[in-house]
Design a protein around this ligand. Structure first.
Ligand SMILES: Cc1cc2nc3c(=O)[nH]c(=O)nc-3n(C[C@H](O)[C@H](O)[C@H](O)COP(=O)(O)O)c2cc1C
Length: 447
């Protein structure tokens, strides 16, 4: 299964907006992407100034579309992810891959790489799925990384200290560069798997294959020791240098503010392979697609952790206002007062970047911020229901935290009804149903 097969399906469902006007990779495409953020359509830019290549964007921009790509209903999403994480299956290896239709030397200036925001250091690849294996060949890893274009054959890669960083460190200690494949234009299941925090040692390609019900195919790279999706649109073959580092950034991350400039490793791109009529995939930093891909897998982790300490978890929302990363709203059933505080502790442990969390009862809609605020207004007492944890590791993406160490403060709000007071005190007042008035209302409002 490929991105273009999925786009074919979305075309039939009228979910693609074709942009035929000429637009530039410098700010113009990102401006249009931002204009459509939080709205449904996939965008297909068919007239990219100075390039033959079309650009597709906002592919994983909504939960519904991610579910459509996985062929499941929304209420099955968490369970499907948990299933795939716990039973990864190795993908099939093939030789004559569509992505090998055209192979050749690296020249990044051929690709329509976007410059997104005014103070960006320059053009960045933002939808890249990076594969690497450990120098002893025992561990494989796939994750999403932003890549800053330095020149025709070099990129700077942002490595947060997680698994790819660990593989790179291991290679560095052995005095070796780390071979990587960098795939652009892959099926949404591959993007979602690569954004998933599975344990070190689990290959996210195997997770993607489980999500795709054994329809992921891999191909061996030609010039580096790496695998890549056989149906990708474009693959860069490269090596992360053991020694060369440059200033990376400034660049906008998931919060919509500029991340700090850091020394990050350089990737030498040695060769490329792509489909003859390949598509380039754009992804707007801090857009809803970025927030969903980062946040969704962590909602699952929170849901699992909180499920262990309370009888029922109804929903978890890493809200867009919290950048899909820093704020969680969790609706639960509790058994005893105090359970909601354990739910808060579970959530913070499950998603270390989480900064603020609100636990509500099941009658509160976690996706409606006014409803959540109403719960805080009517069910929360700061002197009893507030949890503050100081000097704890959080997200380096939060401008108010120490962005070098990630040290921050966290706040949990228990906005569930206290059992000590009668339930009726917290009930939302209801107006009895009256058919005639409802008909009049519908006429007046047109709804
Ligand atoms: C659009 C997008 C961009 C991302 N950019 C980066 C990045 O530049 N560097 C990074 O280390 N992680 C980045 N991430 C997060 C990682 O891909 C994610 O945390 C992944 O689970 C890490 O993989 P690992 O668990 O194998 O370490 C990004 C995620 C998304 C969805």
């Amino acid at each position: 299964m490929s991105l273009r097969e999925f786009l074919g399906q979305m075309e039939k469902e009228n979910q693609i907006r074709h942009v035929k006007d000429a637009v530039s990779t410098l700010f113009e495409i990102s401006l249009i992407m931002k204009g459509f953020d939080n709205q449904c359509p996939i965008l297909l830019f068919e007239n990219v100034e100075d390039f033959e290549t079309n650009i597709v964007a906002n592919v994983c921009g909504t939960r519904q579309r991610i579910c459509a790509a996985l062929g499941i209903d929304e209420d099955r999403l968490y369970a499907r992810l948990i299933e795939a994480w716990s039973s990864p299956r190795n993908p099939k290896i093939i030789e004559n891959a569509p992505v090998k239709e055209s192979t050749g030397k690296a020249d990044l200036s051929r690709f329509p790489i976007l410059t997104h925001f005014g103070k960006d250091a320059g053009p960045y690849i933002t939808s890249a799925v990076v594969y690497a294996k450990s120098v002893d060949g025992k561990v494989e890893n796939v994750s999403v990384h932003r890549l800053q274009v330095l020149d025709k054959t070099h990129l700077a890669i942002r490595l947060v200290p997680r698994h790819l960083f660990k593989l790179w460190k291991m290679a560095k200690e052995a005095g070796k560069d780390l071979d990587v494949s960098i795939s652009i234009g892959v099926h949404p299941a591959v993007m979602l798997a690569a954004s998933s925090p599975v344990p070190f040692g689990v290959s996210e390609f195997a997770v993607a294959n489980a999500l795709m019900r054994d329809h992921l195919r891999l191909v061996e790279c030609e010039n580096v020791e790496a695998w890549a999706p056989a149906d990708a649109e474009l693959v860069l073959e490269g090596r992360i240098s053991a020694t060369k580092e440059v200033n990376e950034g400034p660049f906008v991350d998931v919060t919509g503010t500029y991340d700090i400039v850091r020394k990050q490793p350089v990737v030498e791109v040695v060769s490329v392979m792509h489909r003859k009529d390949f598509l380039y995939q754009g992804l707007l930093p801090s857009g809803s697609e970025h927030r969903l891909l980062m946040g969704l897998p962590h909602e699952v982790l929170i849901w699992e952790a909180v499920s262990k300490v309370v009888p029922k978890v109804y929903a978890v929302n890493l809200s867009m206002g919290g950048s899909g990363w820093l704020h969680a709203i969790i609706s639960i059933d509790k058994q005893l007062d105090g359970d909601a505080k354990n739910a808060l502790l579970g959530a913070f442990a499950a998603h270390p970047s989480l900064k603020h969390a609100v636990v509500v009862d099941s009658d509160i809609n976690v996706y409606d911020s006014a409803d959540v605020e109403w719960a805080v207004a009517t069910r929360f007492q700061a002197s009893k229901d507030l949890v503050v944890i100081k000097n704890v590791r959080g997200s380096t993406l939060d401008s108010s935290a120490d962005q070098e160490t990630g040290l921050t403060s966290k706040m949990g709000i228990d906005a569930t009804r206290p059992f000590a007071k009668p339930k009726e005190k917290f009930e939302r007042a209801n107006i009895p149903s009256r058919k005639r008035a409802e008909t009049v209302l519908r006429k007046l409002t047109g709804l």
